[in-house]
Design a protein around this ligand. Structure first.
Ligand code: BGC
Length: 269
């Protein structure tokens, strides 16, 4: 039973900031070689900083630019990574965006942008990852599983979110993709799970925590009374990628300080 991620290659999409960076660093500390995926030229420098930080601490990392919503780019990324690093053992489908708008004012572009990255991007990467897992087969020196996929979903796969219908729809759909994949590939020893973060202090939700008033209002939604950190998510991702969680597949794991207990009902209802 392998507790670490030693000698495993973890491809983490959207790893140049936020939760993706937290997962990249945590998995690198557990021994994985990290592919720090980033979407554009614009995020190259921060991706390089993440990779350099990992290397400085004795870990292994490369950066790879690819927009996960583009089929050819995703196919090329997997081919290149496999030829450079041998295989992919762990996929963390993390890249995600928000384009918030009141529903009647939401443009088709805002809808498509979010669905293309958050949902189609996870589909394309999962498809290429599973093809690679099946090609390689189980390597018992590394893990008892043939491969692991971790979808980064959200509490909004079950909490409806007014003003964010595109985002909540993408996350609700990820739950069904994840569970259907777990069902389809369980017999091949491929584990597929989702991490569902609540409010984590990252650039995607700066407005929710960057003033004392915003933070106070956010904390009324979190029984545990603190905002989450990328490290919190990194720790869970390492566990879900390791053999310690070998009997977990098809699960959505909420990591939210209790947000999904719907705290407003503590004094109402
Ligand atoms: C969203 C954040 C939000 C959090 C809790 C996340 O999925 O990306 O913007 O703060 O859910 O509502």
């Amino acid at each position: 039973m392998e507790r670490s991620l030693k000698n495993q290659v973890a491809l983490i999409t959207g790893a140049s900031s936020g939760i993706g960076t937290g997962i990249a660093k945590a998995m690198a500390e557990s021994g994985a070689t990290i592919v720090v995926n980033h979407s554009s030229e614009h995020s190259l420098e921060s991706a390089q900083t993440v990779a350099n930080d990992i290397i400085k601490k004795g870990g292994k990392a490369i950066t790879y630019q690819c927009d996960v919503s583009q089929e050819t780019e995703v196919v090329n990324m997997f081919q290149d990574v496999v030829s450079q690093l041998g295989t992919v053992d762990i996929l963390v489908n993390n890249a995600g965006i928000q384009k918030d708008a009141k529903f009647t004012e939401m443009t088709l572009d805002q809808w498509n942008a979010v669905i293309n990255v958050n949902l189609t991007g996870q589909f394309l990467c999962a498809r290429e990852a599973i093809k690679e897992f099946l090609r390689r087969g189980i390597d018992p020196a590394k893990s008892v599983a043939c491969g692991k996929i971790i979808h980064i979903s959200s509490v909004h796969e079950i909490i409806p979110w007014a003003g964010h219908v595109n985002y909540a729809s993408s996350k609700g759909a990820i739950r069904m993709m994840m569970q259907s994949l777990a069902q389809e590939y369980g017999a091949q020893k491929i584990r597929v799970n989702s991490i569902c973060p609540g409010a984590i202090q990252t650039p995607i939700n700066t407005n929710a925590w960057n003033t004392p008033e915003a933070l106070d209002s956010l904390l009324t939604l979190i029984p545990y009374n603190r905002i989450g950190t990328p490290e919190d998510i990194g720790n869970l991702a390492v566990f879900l990628a390791s053999d310690l969680s070998d009997y977990i597949t098809g699960a959505s794991i909420f990591i939210d300080g209790g947000m999904t207990t719907f705290e407003s009902f503590a004094t109402g209802g």
